[in-house]
Design a binder for this molecule. Structure first.
Ligand code: NAG
Ligand code: NAG
Length: 377
């Protein structure tokens, strides 16, 4: 009897977890490098990873920037019958948008486009939206439709249909973005997708989590809870820092071999699946890169000799009484031509470099983030 009860409980719990596979596509950086266009793009769209965290201006513009390395995406369907899109699941923004069939920008031509006339459940919205980028912008109209994510359906979800997209989106492997930050950040002004999943009773726990594998396949967005097969030991829970619209947490310090190398006296960082690297103020990043013996190139990228990477130290993030140690295998990014460190200048952001090492739970209901060592990726 007892074992039957346990089994039923297990089934009930696992039913509430929806797994959305994510792919790691070829990054814009790789595609531009192959075409010999990286330098041209870098000068046109300087890398400013923290741009989207700058305060919004009076026009309510959500700043974003060209991040050539962000590569994880999954699939959603919009409309009836569903039109499928590859989307970046971004914990650093709160809007959902995909290109429109009427968009003639080169970035739209290269991606899947939404045709509202082909959806029997589409309803036009009244708002326009405009997302400003470090260079250029994306703008369009809003609408409401049925969204399919995994085997779940969300009714009457507000989303943006872009009419214009900047050229820097030409080479990203995804068509659009699903924002997973808090509603107050939304430029479209409606309820974001994940909050609607909860409001419409589609998930058992007001939480999602992410496992980022370093290979093409195997990464997962988990809606409605966590999946312990993707991490070892237990999740360490960290309260959100104040009530903000971002997934902000407080870091106590960052050390190498017991020496504080950055974030002296504490700092606040955003946990952002839409940023590839670990970002921090330039004096902290310069100090970390100095400890690693890295040299900086004119683009602000720090590189080390690929031969020494295994001798580099662990970098330890002290957060809420826990220690999260990043080994060089996590923070060195090796490409065909070089070994870059995964640290760049801006305001503090823990991006994919951190999240690949630590499975991350985003607990909306309890305003906290959980980290646990990810299974070997
Ligand atoms: C949009 O869908 C309508 C209805 O199915 C179709 O007639 C039209 O050709 C489509 N437009 C484009 C640009 O694909
Ligand atoms: C992660 O990727 C590796 C290949 O690099 C693969 O062997 C492994 O099974 C993947 N992990 C999961 C949990 O899918």
């Amino acid at each position: 009897m007892k074992s039957v009860f346990v089994l039923l409980t297990f089934l009930a719990v696992s039913q509430g977890i929806i797994k959305i596979p994510m792919m790691r596509g070829k990054s814009a950086r790789q595609q531009l490098e192959e075409r010999g266009l990286l330098e041209e793009y870098r000068s046109k769209f300087p890398h400013n990873p923290a741009a989207k965290f700058l305060p919004r201006d009076e026009q309510s513009v959500v700043p974003m920037t060209f991040d050539p390395d962000t590569t994880y995406y999954g699939e959603i369907g919009i409309g009836t019958p569903p039109q499928m899109f590859k989307v970046l699941f971004d914990t650093g923004s709160s809007d959902l948008w995909v290109p429109s069939v009427s968009c003639t920008s080169s970035a739209c031509v290269k991606h899947s486009k939404f045709n509202s006339s082909a959806s029997s459940t589409f309803q036009a919205g009244t708002r326009t939206f405009r997302i400003s980028y470090y260079s250029g912008y994306t703008s369009g109209i809003t609408g409401y439709d049925l969204i399919k994510i995994g085997n779940l359906f969300v009714d009457h979800q507000i989303f943006g249909i872009t009419e214009t997209e900047s050229a820097f989106l030409d080479f990203v492997p995804w068509d659009g973005i699903v924002g997973l930050a808090f509603p107050g950040l939304s430029d479209q002004g409606g309820t974001p997708l994940f909050n609607n999943l909860w409001n419409q009773g589609k998930i058992d726990q007001y939480m999602f989590s992410m496992y980022l594998n370093s290979s093409v396949e195997g990464s997962m967005l988990i809606l409605g809870g966590t999946d312990s097969s993707y991490y070892i030991r237990t999740l360490q829970w960290i309260p959100l820092y104040q009530a903000t619209n971002y997934w902000n947490i407080e870091i106590r310090s960052i050390t190498i071999n017991g020496n504080t190398v950055a974030c002296s006296g504490g700092c606040v960082a955003s946990v952002d699946s839409g940023t590839s690297l670990i970002i921090g103020p330039s004096k902290d990043i310069t100090n970390i890169n100095g400890w690693l013996g890295a040299s900086s190139d004119p683009n602000g990228e720090a590189t080390v000799s690929c031969g020494v990477t295994s001798y580099l130290p662990e970098i330890v993030f002290h957060i809420s009484g826990y220690d999260f140690a990043l080994p060089p295998s996590a923070y060195i990014i090796q490409s065909a031509s070089e070994c870059r460190t995964g640290f760049a200048s801006g305001t503090w952001i823990l991006g994919e470099v951190f999240m690949r090492q630590f499975y991350t739970a985003f607990d909306v209901g309890n305003n906290r983030v959980g980290f646990a060592q990810a299974v070997r990726s």
